[in-house]
Design a protein around this ligand. Structure first.
Ligand code: MG
Length: 225
């Protein structure tokens, strides 16, 4: 599945791929929804992973009350959710993620962040946890594109930032909406299982190759490259 004449850029998701942040996100969403009187289950937020906060808020309000979120509501709810997330226990990088990023960079492969998140508490830690890997001009965040994953836009924007075409890149993502987005952008897409989403779900959602853990992904992918 890898480009025959070499990978020049790796476009990498953040939540659940670089950081083990999904359990905290689910808890923060549940706290918000409970306070607002919206019915929700913690598991569903794992499936919405990769969607923007604005999409999730609109989806929950539509399901509960049959109307769209107002712009003020979307902003206020997202600020609350971000605050609750910031109050959760500290999130650590996914085991093996640092080694993956370092290994890619040692091979001269540019690394680009492609996240639907706008969460300052995690974005602000990237320079410390992954030194030099994701400078400000190599980040696609919720602010970069209007249509988030599973639309191809975030990964297409990542290609632009890297100055590389889809045939010389790989996308690495842990969530079905993310692997769909990478696939829709025409990029060879690597799915990594780091939480409750099973491997076959990622394979069904556009991943060309699936690894059942990040340490396995790191070892196998770096050998292939
Ligand atoms: Mg993710």
């Amino acid at each position: 599945m890898l480009p025959p004449d070499g990978v020049r850029a790796a476009l990498i998701d953040m939540d659940g791929t670089l950081y083990d942040s999904m359990p905290n996100h689910a808890r923060a969403w549940m706290r918000l929804m409970t306070e607002k009187g919206v019915d929700a289950r913690p598991e569903e937020f794992f499936l919405y992973e990769g969607c923007t906060g604005a999409w999730i808020i609109n989806h929950m309000i539509e399901r509960q009350w049959g109307r769209s979120a107002t712009p003020d509501e979307a902003r206020e709810w997202y600020e609350l959710k971000a605050r609750y997330f910031g109050e959760m226990p500290r999130v650590e990088p996914v085991e093996g993620a640092r080694e993956l990023v370092e290994g890619l960079r040692r091979r001269g492969i540019a690394t680009v962040l492609v996240t639907g998140s706008g969460q300052a508490s995690l974005l602000g830690r990237l320079d410390t946890d992954f030194p030099g890997a994701f400078p400000a001009d190599m980040r696609v965040t919720s602010a970069s594109v209007r249509r988030g994953k599973p639309a191809p836009d975030p990964y297409l924007r990542g290609l632009e930032l890297a100055g590389v075409d889809a045939a010389h890149a790989i996308a690495i993502d842990n969530a079905p909406l993310g692997t769909r987005s990478g696939h829709a952008a025409g990029i060879p897409t690597v799915g990594v299982v780091t939480g409750p989403i099973p491997a076959d779900e990622l394979a069904r959602s556009g991943a060309d190759i699936v690894f059942t853990s990040m340490p396995e992904c790191t070892k196998s992918l770096l050998q292939l490259l």
